[in-house]
Design a binder for this molecule. Structure first.
Ligand code: SF4
Ligand SMILES: [Zn+2]
Length: 265
């Protein structure tokens, strides 16, 4: 009964959340074709209830972290308010999570709750392009040289602080993507279908001994493929629009998606 109540709540939220939307700071680094669908009013696929719960927990963690920062850093940290929303052309309004004062200058801060794998990547400075673009937008919006991301590992409560420096080339790419996302023609897919076994680079042989590669039975091909790329396409809310009808297939113990008709629109 209790779990059902939570499921009801999350599933209702999932339907509510599925609204079309354009390019903003949080998604400026995503696939340009995905941005195009959002800008042109296409209806995104609703998230499932579990994703809503994951996202909701993340938001609560981020709020708690911001609260601690404010309590601990006093006058050198403040959470963002509605007044901190800044118009950043050509994206529209953006707002960081908070601001920290470093050497007398306010710097935008964004808190991210992360699953262990994402946290490990962030910890070694391997930031996802979506975060880099978001940091870039905040640097531009608040005229800062650096934006700080504070990552919080949801499983272990470890923290990692990563700085994203303002970068003109990155900003030029964002501007180009915004132009492409608002243009009339849908941009080409930046990703191709995956056909070849990545474990043996499609050779079907193990690299050292030249024996038949077990994962693909020596064929060099992914059984049941070709598949859409797991990342980012499996997580894209316009994947059906982009690739046509998709079917779910198991490949080497993983859930993969492939175009139902074998060809793509
Ligand atoms: S499914 Fe993949 S290629 Fe298509 S819009 Fe989404 S991320 Fe881009
Ligand atoms: Zn192989």
């Amino acid at each position: 009964m209790l779990a059902e109540a939570i499921h009801r709540w999350s599933e209702a939220r999932a339907l509510d959340d599925a609204k079309p939307g354009g390019v903003r700071a949080y998604n400026a680094g995503r696939c340009v074709r995905e941005l195009w669908y959002g800008e042109h009013g296409y209806q995104p696929l609703p998230r499932d209830g579990r994703s809503v719960l994951v996202f909701d927990l993340g938001t609560r963690i981020e709020a708690a972290v911001l609260w601690i920062l404010e309590a601990e850093l006093g006058a050198d940290f403040r959470r963002a308010t509605r007044d901190d929303r800044v118009r950043l052309e050509p994206l529209g309004n953006v707002c960081a999570d908070g601001f920290v004062r470093v050497d007398g200058k306010w710097r935008p801060v964004d808190v991210k709750s992360a699953a262990p794998m994402g946290f490990e990547r962030a910890e070694v400075g391997d930031l996802d392009g979506v975060y880099l673009a978001q940091g870039e937008c905040y640097c531009r919006a608040y005229d800062a040289d650096v934006c700080t991301f504070l990552f919080y590992d949801k499983a272990t409560s470890q923290l990692a602080e990563i700085e994203v420096e303002r970068d003109d080339e990155r900003w030029a790419r964002i501007l180009a993507d915004v132009r492409a996302a608002r243009a009339g023609a849908c941009p080409d897919r930046p990703y191709a279908l995956e056909e070849l076994c990545s474990g043996c680079d499609g050779t079907g042989k193990t690299p050292k001994r030249g024996q038949a590669h077990k994962a693909c039975n020596g064929t060099g091909r992914l059984e049941g493929g070709p598949f859409i790329p797991t990342f980012p396409c499996n997580y894209c809310s316009f994947r059906d629009e982009c690739w046509g009808e998709l079917v779910e297939v198991e490949c080497n113990g993983k859930r993969r998606l492939r175009p139902a008709k074998g060809d793509t629109p």
